[in-house]
Design a protein around this ligand. Structure first.
Ligand code: KG4
Length: 333
């Protein structure tokens, strides 16, 4: 089946064409240059930019795939969660495209896209698996028992992991999105330089909390500045990154053990982080668990994962009615 996947939940306008799990094109325009001076996404600017980008991005995806719109058999678009104004651009555009070209349409939960994005790589995990989805808007642990069957086991109570990376980057004067910059800075740093707190929360809790960690970094920076001590950017970045990664890995492994699941999967922008993948790989080997991660380009928001999840949503529940609206909170589990 030829599927056009369209994604506009936050600040990336993306489209992809998929044919039976084969990616024919995967096109993305980033808005980083617009939002970097604000240190985070400005929703109003994001939706305006989506409006400018959506048509060229979709046309490029079709032409790179060598496919005409009339050949597409399903249009899949992110329905939520995300920024309402941003979601509305891709979702309304896709509904209009479906209506004028008489192609079935399906609305996709963005989280399902991330949970399944590992299927865009050659090596596929078996079901059931535990999925850690970490991005700028979410940090959640899911139990996936099938392509349409997900149960949430834990979520962040405040900041998402990516949001914490972005805020710490802003504090250190690094550009937006901060995750890759903090990670790069951390490469030469000492992860034990500052013992930042780990929020384990109540015993057995699989929820996350990163706002205290972010405040600890702020306090450290303020104390050093007051004492006129030069900030050790690499060491602070490495220590912060280690604190985030430690909690993400420990809690995900604990979710696998409690539920007696032998396979772990990651997804979302933060799952591109090298230290996170390294710690997962090491600990999973020790615990005799299998670990799967998508290629870095399918960790951040992309149209291919929406096309893939759209296929499974469509097979499971059929087309989405064109009077449906976007949603800002995930509808999964
Ligand atoms: O999945 P994604 O594109 O969706 C949004 O939430 O928009 O994730 C973007 C997030 C940003 O917060 C970014 O800083 C973070 O993922 N990120 C990373 C890395 N690459 C992207 N965080 C840590 N390390 C990275 N290498």
């Amino acid at each position: 089946m030829l599927i056009l996947g369209i994604e506009s939940s936050c600040d990336d306008t993306a489209a992809a064409v998929l044919e039976d799990n084969k990616i024919l094109s995967n096109v993305l325009t980033s808005q980083d240059a617009i939002h970097t001076k604000f240190g985070g996404v400005v929703p109003e600017l994001a939706s305006r930019k989506h409006l400018q980008s959506i048509n060229p991005v979709v046309e490029t995806a079709l032409s790179q795939a060598g496919v005409k719109l009339q050949e597409i058999e399903l249009i899949a678009a992110t329905q939520g969660p995300g920024l309402t104004g941003s979601l509305l651009v891709g979702f309304s555009y896709s509904k209009a495209l479906s209506y004028i070209s008489n192609i079935p349409f399906v609305g996709v939960d963005h989280m399902a896209g991330h949970i399944l994005s590992v299927f865009l790589s050659e090596k596929h995990p078996p079901f059931p698996y535990i999925a850690l989805i970490v991005s700028g808007g979410t940090s959640s642990i899911y139990l996936a028992t099938g392509f349409n069957s997900f149960k949430i086991l834990g979520r962040t109570r405040d900041d998402a992991a990516g949001e914490a990376f972005d805020k710490v980057a802003k504090l250190l004067g690094l550009p937006y999105p901060g995750g890759p910059h903090v990670a790069k800075e951390a490469e030469g740093g000492d992860p034990e330089f500052v013992k930042f707190p780990r929020a384990w929360l109540e015993e057995n809790s699989l929820d996350f909390s990163f706002s205290g960690l972010k405040t600890s970094v702020l306090n450290h920076v303020n104390q050093q500045t007051l004492k006129n001590i030069d900030l050790k950017y690499a060491d602070i970045s490495a220590s912060f990154q280690e604190a985030v990664v430690d909690v993400l890995v420990e809690k995900t492994i604990s979710a696998a053990k409690v539920n007696n699941i032998g396979t772990l999967v990651v997804g979302g922008g933060v799952s591109a982080n090298r230290r996170l993948r390294e710690m997962f790989a090491n600990k999973c080997e020790k615990e005799h668990l299998s670990f799967y991660a998508p290629k870095p380009e399918y960790c951040t928001d992309n149209g291919a994962m929406i096309a893939l999840a759209g296929y499974h949503t469509f097979m499971h529940q059929g087309a989405t009615a064109l009077d449906q609206d976007v949603f800002s909170r995930s509808q999964l589990g």
